[in-house]
Design a protein around this ligand. Structure first.
Ligand code: FPP
Length: 248
């Protein structure tokens, strides 16, 4: 049973779902089987996040660099994401889940973009957990697009350079309106951010768990949340204990 109390629950958890390929390899299966099993872990993670009261769950589904994988694997990942939206959208909508998609939506081929837009549109007014799907997403690409947009505004005289504040920059990111992640979690033991939410991660707690993504069960998620609950977040300031010591 989880020992989490409401005050311990992060508002926004972002996850780098890593290790599908290794999960499959270790069983002598093709990598695609790892991704398939990964979709089941996605379903369980969304359910768990909703159950414990997380308000935003961001999942790194496909990076702007993932296009460099073999064509068969890219096509399989696309197929899985499309199948997920086709099959699960009605149920997610029924559970009051709001879907947001971050990443570059330009130049996407085929029927993936209409499906992503439909998922956002159908669930726009839902008030439950927001599931943020990072698709064709890369942090430097997101920042580049935001800076280009700001440069145009300055060039057109709609904004002065001095008016560009951190808040203004945040409002031009794909994540506009979404609070920065309190916790960024990565599975499979790898310890890096891989171009994920670099601007938004300024004060995020980072947690790296050894389990491969297909093994990311409810229990593993809850254990990670308990670890997060034990962390002390200072946002560049002092802890209450340190403040008392300085004052006395
Ligand atoms: C990393 O494992 C995982 C991915 C690149 C894709 C994650 C996608 C899914 C779980 C399925 C679709 C998503 C949704 C939201 C339905 P890896 O292949 O890099 O594993 P490895 O490092 O072991 O090779």
């Amino acid at each position: 049973m989880s020992k989490l109390t409401a005050g311990d629950v992060p508002e926004h958890v972002a996850i780098i779902m890593d290790g599908n390929g290794r999960w499959a390899n270790s069983r002598g299966l093709p990598r695609t089987m790892g991704h398939r099993k990964g979709v089941e872990a996605v379903r369980e993670a969304v359910r768990t996040a909703g159950d414990v009261g997380i308000r935003y769950l961001t999942l790194f589904a496909f990076s702007s660099e993932n296009w460099n994988r073999p064509e068969a694997e890219v096509s399989d990942l696309m197929g899985l994401l499309k199948a997920f939206i086709r099959r699960d959208l009605a149920e997610l909508h029924g559970q009051n889940v709001r879907i947001r998609v971050i990443g570059d939506k330009k130049n996407l081929r085929g029927d993936i973009l209409p499906l992503l837009l439909e998922a956002e549109e159908t669930t726009r007014s839902n008030t439950g957990i927001t599931l943020v799907i990072a698709f064709n997403y890369g942090s430097r690409d997101e920042m580049t697009r935001a800076m280009q947009a700001l440069a145009v505004e300055v060039a057109q005289g709609r904004m002065t350079p001095e008016q560009i504040t951190p808040e203004v920059i945040s409002s031009r990111m794909d994540t506009a309106g979404i609070p920065d992640p309190d916790l960024i979690l990565r599975t499979s033991g790898e310890e890096r951010l891989s171009n994920f939410l670099l601007w938004q991660a300024a004060y995020s707690e980072l947690l790296f768990v050894p389990e491969l993504w297909p093994d990311f069960t409810r229990e593993v998620f809850l254990a990670a949340l308990e670890k997060y609950a034990g962390r002390e977040r200072r946002f560049g300031g002092l802890s209450p204990r340190q403040t008392i010591a300085v004052g006395s």
